[in-house]
Write a protein that binds this ligand. Structure first.
Ligand SMILES: Nc1nc2c(ncn2[C@@H]2O[C@H](COP(=O)(O)OP(=O)(O)OP(=O)(O)O)[C@@H](O)[C@H]2O)c(=O)[nH]1
Length: 401
């Protein structure tokens, strides 16, 4: 995902609705309820108490219904699924509440003396101002409330300026208050909008950061896998699947150190196919490859003990590393291998020792001292192998260090 800098219009709209309902629900309802209680106290002496209570009950029920509607919309998140519908319903609620106050004021002009009317008007100003802060997340909501409460009152007073000495003044004053509230509301609304947009940006950035971190983790894992594969490729002989010369040197170094620490013996067998050049010349190189693969299988069968390693040292030469194996045990392994190769009966018509493939083996057993290096061990094993070759091939020669 590419980081998107500006909040999309539809998300901004839903966020405004959410903020209005979350913050405005309690504040609007409580400001209006306080207004209703104050109205009862104010008109106690001028209006029949039954009518007054009936009016108050009606307003309270309407306020509770609005509060319930907002709670439901928040829980069901309908402001995200059907924002336009929620928007119009919220506006309808604001219009009804505004109309309740303006009609109440107009009715009051018939029953209450002028000073009480002015106090009531102040009360309405207070209710509107109190609810302004939180409802301004949505400017239209505030405007709908303002224009259905104060606006009709202002025009009523202006239209009836001759009924009451101060009506003209009250009307003009109310109009001025409307103007000031509109101006202030615009500023408050813009800061609400900025706040929502900033919050959204912060969330978008942290989401983006999370995605990036995840993709970096994936990349790291891929790199680790690739490195492991490369290491495997660098260590494995492609033809036989055995370890290659790199592995031989590494394993020998480890095993020499281990044997040196534990005082145990370490044996190595170097193996070479007899008259393999003749075989290749007679049967072809691919057939020679097949022989090397079959011999690799046999060597693995002959070295089943834990820690024993078979590797291809190069060409048709193989090495068997036998940690902890004594001279006797190593010679037994070599004998077993020789028998396995003979039992395999791979025809070799141009061998001078047998009509089948045979191998020669040089065995060496050591108790590694401080100076023994892998190359020393290989050199002795190689020498021993050539002794086996010299002795007529299909043979095993032993050397101790
Ligand atoms: N098919 C095949 N042949 C290989 C491979 N690597 C080495 N060789 C062959 O192995 C043969 C080794 O020949 P020499 O070193 O002369 O030894 P030899 O013919 O086995 O004779 P002795 O070792 O003295 O018994 C060469 O002909 C190489 O081409 C391989 O991967 N595949």
């Amino acid at each position: 995902m590419i980081y998107q800098r500006a909040i999309p219009a539809d998300e901004l709209f839903s966020a405004q609705l959410e903020m209005l309902m979350q913050n405005g629900r309690i504040a609007t309802i409580s400001a209006n309820m306080l207004g209703v209680l104050a109205t009862i106290v104010l008109f106690w002496q001028f209006v029949e108490i039954t009518w007054l209570l009936l009016w108050a009950c009606g307003v309270l029920i309407m306020l509770l219904a609005r509060s319930l509607y907002m709670s439901n919309a928040l829980v069901e998140r309908s402001y995200q699924d059907r924002p336009r519908r929620v928007y119009w319903q919220l506006l309808l609620g604001a219009v009804i509440t505004g109309a309740v106050w303006s009609t109440a004021y107009i009715a009051a002009t018939f029953v209450a003396p002028a000073p009480v009317q002015y106090m009531f008007l102040l009360l309405i100003f207070m209710v509107i101002t109190l609810s302004m802060g939180v409802t301004l997340a949505l400017r239209e909501y505030f405007i709908a409330h303002l224009f259905t409460s104060l606006w009709p009152i202002a025009w009523w007073c202006l239209a009836h300026y001759w009924d009451e000495a101060n009506n003209l003044l009250v009307g003009l004053f109310t109009l001025a208050v409307c103007g000031v509230l509109l101006l202030v509301s615009n500023r408050v609304y813009l800061s609400f909008r900025n706040m929502i947009a900033l919050n959204w940006e912060r969330e978008a950035m942290s989401r983006e950061l999370g995605d990036l971190t995840q993709s970096l983790r994936d990349r790291n894992r891929q790199l680790r896998d690739a490195r492991r594969q490369l290491t495997d490729l660098a260590n494995v002989d492609e033809l036989t699947g055995l370890g290659n010369r790199r592995v031989v040197n590494q394993v020998l170094r480890d095993e020499i150190n281990r044997a040196r620490r534990s005082g145990a013996e370490l044996s190595v067998i170097m193996l070479d196919v007899d008259y393999f050049k003749n075989y290749n010349d007679t049967y072809g190189h691919p057939a020679g490859d097949g022989v090397l693969q079959r011999l690799a299988d046999l060597m693995q069968r002959a070295t089943a003990r834990a820690g024993e390693v078979v590797a291809r040292y190069g060409g048709e030469e193989f090495i068997l590393i036998l940690p902890g194996a004594s001279e006797h045990s190593a010679l037994r392994t070599a004998e077993r291998l020789k028998e396995l190769v003979i039992a395999e009966c791979i025809p070799h018509g141009t061998s001078e020792v047998s009509e089948f493939i045979t191998v020669s083996q040089g065995v060496v057993t050591v108790c590694p001292g401080a100076n023994l290096e892998p190359a020393d061990l290989i050199k002795v094993a190689d020498r021993s192998l050539y002794e086996a070759k010299d002795s007529g091939r299909n043979a095993i020669a032993f050397a101790g260090v």
